[in-house]
Design a binder for this molecule. Structure first.
Ligand code: FES
Length: 152
């Protein structure tokens, strides 16, 4: 299926799928979840406003970095309904998400940097565990990888 022309204001599910790289079934799922909306033609076919491409891109990127769908939905709910979100609308959404994204970035950096050492998970399988978590001392402070979570 050819890509939709740049000046087409509404996209069929196939066109939206083609340009976004997201399967039609996933688009229907997003719609069912209230993440995107379409209108129906007189022939009961879906049509998506072109700006849905940006919403879908936002959803995909957010999912890739591990943000749950419920949080993505909450964020998208900040955008106006019934009109194309402006730069200002997206900036407002971005500002509200800033702290959460900073937290996730810190978590990923810690994962990247600390995964080769003892993470305090209780396995005691690495030589560094004897020093970093002797006799699984970290178990006293709670479950999980005690040295990996930035909240701990
Ligand atoms: S890596 Fe699991 S306790 Fe050290």
């Amino acid at each position: 299926m050819p890509m939709p022309d740049w000046n087409v204001r509404e996209l069929t599910p196939g066109q939206l799928s083609e340009r976004s790289g997201v399967a039609v079934s996933a688009l229907h799922f997003y719609e069912k979840q209230g993440l995107i909306v379409s209108r129906r033609t007189s022939g009961n076919q879906r049509r998506y406003p072109r700006e849905t491409l940006r919403r879908v891109a936002f959803i995909r990127i957010s999912q890739k970095v591990g943000i749950p769908l419920a949080e993505i939905r909450q964020a998208l709910a900040e955008l106006p309904e019934g009109r194309t979100p402006t730069k200002r609308d997206w900036a407002k959404l971005s500002a509200r998400w800033h702290a959460d994204l900073d937290h996730r970035i810190a978590q990923l950096v810690r994962l990247r940097d600390d995964l080769t050492g003892c993470i305090g998970c209780g396995c005691l399988s690495m030589t560094s565990c004897a020093l970093a978590n002797p006799n699984d001392e970290l178990a006293k402070s709670g479950p999980g990888a005690r040295r990996l979570d930035v909240d701990l």
